[in-house]
Design a protein around this ligand. Structure first.
Ligand code: AMP
Length: 549
């Protein structure tokens, strides 16, 4: 017997439709690449999203065809999120920090028909346009007054002209909720990037999931600043959750340096901000130097890489900002786990609570996690045994975008084994279901048959006041297979010797886990999504270890 409730597909346009009816006057504030602040409301954004849909119609962009963006977090990008997907086209958010050849590769692979870009990326677009024959329309995200006057890019149009001549009387089409909505490529540190193709259903369910109290706890009383870019897994779902929940959205544009982010948080009364540790490092560095504080910020979500305990302490203990540590990946939309405590955890001593909050956390309903050994056998949840982390659920990838990986019959090859997606992370899970990432499997340091967690070694160094950044990599060793080397960036004007670094480990890890060597650098190479590029570091460190060790 079928249930007798209304059969309404979960569509991205319905999120915006809801915002238009119930949060019409809530603000979206953007720092524009033009330099000024723009503010309007969800109601105005919805009108312009409909104009986007009409502009795509005028360009004869078909249902399911891809429309790409090379853009920062801003209101025009917001309109494209809804106008493109809402009208049945697929939004392809490109990470501009990838190399030219990778960007060209993914544009061609996705067969993008339209490419909308912020003016910051004009030099990149000048190189791309001759290399990407699939793109029929190039759109600069600006008004005519800022449109470049040279004719390097034939047919280039300003966004304001592109949508400005369209009516906003468009009616969002209704279609199957499993229709593709958005395409994101993984950063491809090993091999070609892989396309993850989200659906309307997965996106709406994920927006609900992230909003839950034990997830990102989003409310209509919040003012949320996603410092995580809209080209990095849909800014962790916050752009969609904003329409569903009705919080004020503050979009920082290209200015992610400490002073700019702090000023925006203060000016707009931001209560919650989300970002990767490398961006928060800049913000915290600025506050430390200037002695400033936050007057409204209550919570920060930190994810994308492990949150170092020292960063947690600076936010929580020095600045009174609650830290929500989250784990996820492009393939999990991205939210996979959040380190919020249960009632039983709240009865534990403060120190034990902090240790739990530094784990990557529990999955929200919608994600299931397990750890397995190399043969695929499930491993115990004892908080000690570590294994390959797998995930499944309605917002976890099932197969990669066709062409990235194809089965023999031309259909997309499943990304699953036994119904589970192998994340490539190594983790423990404790009896309460709290998951802790020990490493990315390719970053685990295998020394004499034992495994050393690079994250543990890094966290100890990051706790020292002279350390701005630390990263640990395994370096080939003829006897032990691999040995750890710790790479350190000192804070400006701070002294710290090799012996000072190695002394940090005495009594805190087993002797065989202590790094064999220390490499001091002025900067650590950071990849397109704000993560440390460990393959580059391994290359830099390969001659560090003296064979005597
Ligand atoms: P991406 O798909 O680029 O977002 O990268 C996903 C990967 O980032 C995961 O598989 C993890 O290796 C890493 N990651 C994300 N969040 C965390 C976290 N909180 N702690 C440790 N690693 C993380």
């Amino acid at each position: 017997m079928r249930g007798l409730m209304q059969d309404q597909p979960l569509l991205i346009s319905s999120l915006l439709g809801f915002a238009e009816r119930f949060h019409r006057d809530v603000e979206i504030v953007s720092r524009r690449v033009e330099g000024d602040i723009h503010r309007y409301t969800f109601g105005a954004a919805a009108n312009r999203a409909r104009q986007v849909a009409r502009a795509l119609e005028a360009n004869a962009i078909g249902f399911g065809e891809r429309v790409a963006t090379l853009a920062w977090n801003g209101y025009r990008h917001f309109e494209l999120y809804y106008g493109v997907s809402g009208s049945g086209r697929v939004l392809h958010t490109i990470n501009p920090r990838l190399g030219l050849e990778q960007i060209r590769w993914i544009i061609e692979h996705a067969q993008d028909q339209v490419l909308c870009f912020d003016l910051t990326f004009l030099p990149l677009v000048r190189q791309l346009h001759a290399l990407c024959p699939s793109v029929r329309q190039w759109v600069a995200l600006c008004g005519d007054e800022h449109l470049p006057t040279d004719d390097d890019i034939p047919g280039l149009i300003s966004y304001e002209s592109w949508i400005g001549c369209q009516d906003d009387d468009y009616v969002w089409p209704v279609f199957d909720e499993n229709t593709a909505s958005t395409l994101c490529y993984t950063s491809g540190t090993t091999g070609d990037p892989k396309g993850v193709l989200y659906s309307h259903r997965s996106t709406v369910l994920h927006a609900w999931g992230v909003s839950l109290p034990d997830a990102l706890c989003l409310s209509a009383r919040d003012v949320v600043l996603p410092a995580v870019p809209m080209f990095h897994v849909n800014a962790w779902g916050l752009i969609y959750a904003a329409a569903a929940v009705g919080f004020k959205l503050v979009l920082p544009g290209a200015a992610l340096d400490g002073p700019s982010v702090h000023a925006l948080i203060e000016a707009e009364g931001v209560t919650m901000a989300a970002g990767v540790p490398s961006v928060w490092q800049m913000l915290l560095g600025h506050l430390q130097q200037s002695g400033q504080h936050f007057s409204t910020l209550r919570r920060t979500v930190i994810g994308g890489s492990a949150c170092p305990p020292a960063m947690y302490a600076q936010f929580a203990d020095d600045l009174g900002v609650e830290v929500v540590h989250a784990w996820g990946m492009t393939e999990t939309s991205p939210l996979g786990a959040v380190s919020t405590l249960t009632a039983a955890h709240m009865a534990l001593p403060a120190e034990a609570q902090r240790r739990l909050q530094l784990k990557q956390g529990r999955p929200p309903f919608g994600v299931d996690l397990r750890i397995v050994d190399d043969a695929g056998n499930e491993l115990p949840w004892d908080g000690k045994t570590f294994g390959n982390l797998q995930a499944r659920g309605p917002w976890v990838v099932g197969a990669y975008y066709p062409g990235t990986e194809r089965a023999g019959d031309g259909a997309p090859a499943s990304a699953l084994a036994d119904g589970w997606f192998a994340t490539g992370d190594v983790a423990t899970i404790d009896a309460a279901g709290m998951m802790q990432i020990t490493d990315r499997s390719k970053d685990v340091i295998k020394s004499g048959g034992e495994w050393i967690s690079s994250i543990d070694i890094e966290n100890i160094a990051m706790g020292h006041p002279a350390v701005a950044m630390a990263a640990c990599v395994g370096v080939h060793h003829p006897k032990w297979d691999e040995r750890p080397v710790i790479v350190i960036v000192r804070k400006p004007g701070m002294e710290m010797s090799r012996d000072d670094v190695l002394a940090l480990y005495a009594g805190r890890v087993a002797r065989w886990q202590v790094p064999d060597d220390v490499l001091f650098l002025d900067d650590i190479p950071i990849g397109a999504t704000g993560k440390v590029l460990k393959n580059k570091l391994r290359e830099l460190c390969k001659d560090c270890i003296t064979l005597a060790s």
